[in-house]
Design a protein around this ligand. Structure first.
Ligand SMILES: C[S@@+](CC[C@H](N)C(=O)[O-])C[C@H]1O[C@@H](n2cnc3c(N)ncnc32)[C@H](O)[C@@H]1O
Length: 437
């Protein structure tokens, strides 16, 4: 009996015609029907384009401290074609969304300019692993750490490199498992509101299996399609980054076409997602280290890191827990546990600078003497004033830790990339500090 029979669903592909990924879905259908061989090659599964990652900018001719670095940052970098394209970079970066994610092209350029091949590059606030992934492609030894379990799972998934047909066959085998006993009665009501009950049963079954078997890449794919506003997602119509609460049937502005959960078969959507992730190809080998941990207490040896590149949280501008509440729920964190995580993360305004000093102490310890810390920090805008976080962190790091500021590069964010409606100019400030032991 197949999973679909067990769930009383005759056609495993009832919504395929509505899909945007029809090509991928078709391949999946043929695979299920035994028309494709186990070891098939997808014609769109391109070879990894390593030429993108070969140029070296860092050299003794460009010592890290020279003004040349500033010029490079401002002239050749990520604001120019092709790096300014919205989807520049490898598809793996889009495994699952994260608000506040660094753009892959910025990570790419910072790594290129401030490190060389073979360097140990640490991101102690890696989120979904943008810096480690680019660092790994650029042949650095990448280390990524984050305290948010959702970020950790997705980042870890980006480094779990198995051949594509392993994953597709994994999904294919699930069809033969009898899951008639799947019970969703203990799933919280606020989660149930997002999904058709039959979809939810499939999600619960797959999620538990993937967690038990530590299949991080597949778990990342599942997190990536959990909720959104297109047919490839599993939920009712909601945001793919932030899951706005679904409108109940008695809501005055209830929209049946968007708010009524419809059945969305999980397995074909997973297959499409996987194929998309593989469409830009990547090397199967990696020596990155991805850790779940706290930037204030790193499980790393003294003097073991060549450069730190990251975007730390800044004040309480983003809530990394609330925005990921649905995904965190499936990773085992109910609302109560999510509140605990929120307390643990560096988010609170009042304790922000004190926490960042604790981080700074730890970064000094693991970083080699004379090496660099590169922070990308945004300004914080209040109604009547703005805080230049980079200036504040730089001042306190000098006063309390003796770290030396080398430069702050003000990178104006083009208006079409600014989310807020305010007319104030928006900047990413790239703060470069040198470790002095
Ligand atoms: C601006 S985001 C980083 C995004 C990341 N650059 C990316 O591209 O996904 C800041 C991150 O810091 C993490 N964070 C907050 N407090 C932390 C702590 N004490 N230790 C480690 N990570 C922490 C948050 O979970 C969040 O993922």
């Amino acid at each position: 009996m197949t999973l679909f029979d067990a769930l009383g669903l005759k056609d495993p592909f009832p919504y395929i015609e509505k899909e945007t990924y029809t090509r991928y879905q078709q391949i999946w259908r043929e695979l299920c029907q035994g028309k494709l061989k186990r070891s098939f090659k997808l014609e769109f599964q391109k070879k990894f384009d390593s030429t993108l990652y070969e140029d070296e900018f860092y050299s003794d001719k460009y010592p890290r401290i020279l003004e040349n670095s500033i010029k490079l940052l401002q002239t050749v970098g990520w604001r120019n074609n092709p790096y300014d394209k919205q989807h520049w970079g490898n598809w793996l970066h889009s495994l699952s969304p994260y608000q506040g994610r660094m753009t892959p092209s910025l990570a790419h350029w910072l790594i290129k300019i401030f490190s060389k091949k073979g360097d140990v590059v640490l991101d102690p606030f890696m989120g979904v692993g943008t810096v480690p992934l680019e660092a790994d492609f650029l042949q650095r030894k990448a280390i990524g750490v984050d305290l948010n379990i959702y970020g950790y799972v997705v980042a870890k998934g980006k480094f779990e490199r198995k051949p594509l047909d392993y994953y597709l066959n994994y999904l294919k085998e699930i069809e033969d498992i009898d899951k008639s006993e799947i019970d969703i009665s203990d799933i919280a009501d606020w989660i149930q509101a997002y999904f058709h009950p039959e979809t939810l049963k499939e999600i619960v079954f797959l999620n538990e299996k993937l967690i038990a078997e530590k299949e991080y890449f597949l778990l990342g794919c599942l997190m990536g399609i959990l909720h959104g506003n297109r047919p490839g997602y599993l939920s009712v119509w909601t945001g793919c980054i932030i899951p706005m609460t679904p409108r109940p049937a008695n809501h005055p502005e209830y929209r049946p076409d968007k708010d009524k959960p419809e059945y969305r078969a999980v397995i074909p959507r997973m297959a499409a997602k996987i194929m998309r992730m593989y469409s830009t190809g990547f090397p199967l080998e990696t020596n990155a280290r991805i850790m779940h941990g706290d930037a204030r207490d790193l499980n790393l040896k003294d003097d073991s890191v060549d450069v730190i590149i990251c975007s730390p949280p800044y004040y309480n501008t983003l809530d990394y827990v609330g925005q990921n509440r649905v995904r965190l729920y499936f990773l085992g964190l109910n609302k109560k546990k999510q509140d605990i995580l929120r307390q643990e993360l560096i988010q609170d305004s009042k304790s922000y600078l004190a926490n960042m000093v604790d981080v700074g102490k730890e970064l000094r310890r693991v970083l080699k003497d004379g090496s660099l810390i590169v922070f990308v920090l945004g300004d914080v805008h209040r109604t009547k004033y703005s805080i230049n976080t980079a200036d504040e962190v730089s001042t306190i790091y000098f006063e309390k830790l003796g770290l030396e500021e080398l430069m702050i590069v003000n990178d104006e964010i083009p208006l079409n990339k600014v989310v807020s409606r305010s007319k104030r100019k928006k900047f990413d400030r790239i703060l470069v500090l040198r470790n002095v032991k």
